[in-house]
Design a protein around this ligand. Sequence first.
Ligand code: ATP
Length: 331
Amino acid sequence: MISLRNIEKQYDGVQALRHVNLDIADGELVVLIGPSGCGKSTLLRTVNRMTEPSAGQIIIDGRNALESDPVLLRRSIGYVIQNVGLFPHMTVRENVAVVPQLLGWDKAKRLRRADEMLELVRLDPERFGSRYPGLLSGGQQQRVGIARALAADPAVLLMDEPFSAVDPITREQLQEELLRIQRDVRKTILFVTHDIDEAIRLGDKICLMRDGAVVQYADPDTMLRQPADAFVAQFFGQEPALRRLARHSVADFVRTDAASLAAAAKALNEGAASVTLTTGARTALSKLLDGQPLLPVVDHAGAVAGLVALADLTLAQTPAAASHVNRVLAA
Ligand SMILES: Nc1ncnc2c1ncn2[C@@H]1O[C@H](COP(=O)(O)OP(=O)(O)OP(=O)(O)O)[C@@H](O)[C@H]1O
């Protein structure tokens, strides 16, 4: 459990954080979001004391973080940033093993651990372990960054816009991977983003900030259904029901009956664009709105897994489609 109590931060003349109170339960992924300059990164960085608060308390698992040795504190908390910050002259495996090395693990143990972490983020250690980071794609580097942050098995992970620098398709894959990893490892995660769909997709809770203060702290569904004020409602936009689709992937809507599988196979043979089971439901909806009446769905091996149709994803188009969508959204 992380408890932030009455946190204030002043820079010369700027009140970056105002009276912030926030409790983050163990194993929860909390997304910080809000307009540019509202204090998201500053708040994130107070947790491992890269930024020292001007006032307030930070309690991590009952211990006052402001009384801990800041260097040891930082080593005990994973940190992932936008451009990863991998060491270019070290191999991928050595990069992942950096914190275990600082913690004094012996070489065999830390390299074994690095390979386990690379497998966790689905990078084959045989193929990627001895490469240098400059030879990896942006998405692969981001996976290495996550593997590195998890290597010493920290209970807490801080992620500051980790997926902002990659293309939208890679971003969706990384989001899916993070959710999968989180199901396995259950870390307490604070995650900063600018992207509302990303916040809704990933957050167990969302903390919306404005001018250094918390405006609303709630699970995504509550935030969308019961915005605390006009600012929150405006921030999340006019279409809360469509926003809620962001929590879903194609797998939640896919039709897998024999007729659908046959139609999907036929469409694929005719060269139709496809989506995967992990494609976000909103991405699938935009493709369908682009004019394709149905989308074949394939699994990770490229095999036909079913199809999604516009009626499945547009709310209330037909009573049957609406009730199917509402069933999924209510689940
Ligand atoms: N080192 C610093 N010195 C002075 N002012 C700072 C410093 N770091 C941040 N600030 C100011 O504190 C406020 C909050 O900044 P912060 O980076 O936390 O916001 P943010 O919500 O993460 O912004 P963005 O979304 O644009 O990254 C801003 O007004 C910023 O200009």
